[in-house]
Write a new protein. Sequence first.
Length: 87
Amino acid sequence: MTRRQTAKHQKGTAPVNELNELRVGPRLAPKWYSVAEVAEQLGYGLSKTKLLIATGQIRSLKDGGHQRIPPEWVDEYVARRVAEECA
């Protein structure tokens, strides 16, 4: 550890990650998710998520050879499920 890092560490501040210093600008929000990302977000397995897409319960679009789901469509599915449970 360098003196500078030691001084920062002793003051209660974590050492600065060099990669963070190189990062420029804010991180962009994803425009769409993969099926696996949606499954992880919802806490579902990949098979269940694929079934929900195949039956149209979760909307998706085809991008080349991949299914993609915009974040708004994931939110729509969650809102619909909540409404069904509250009804």
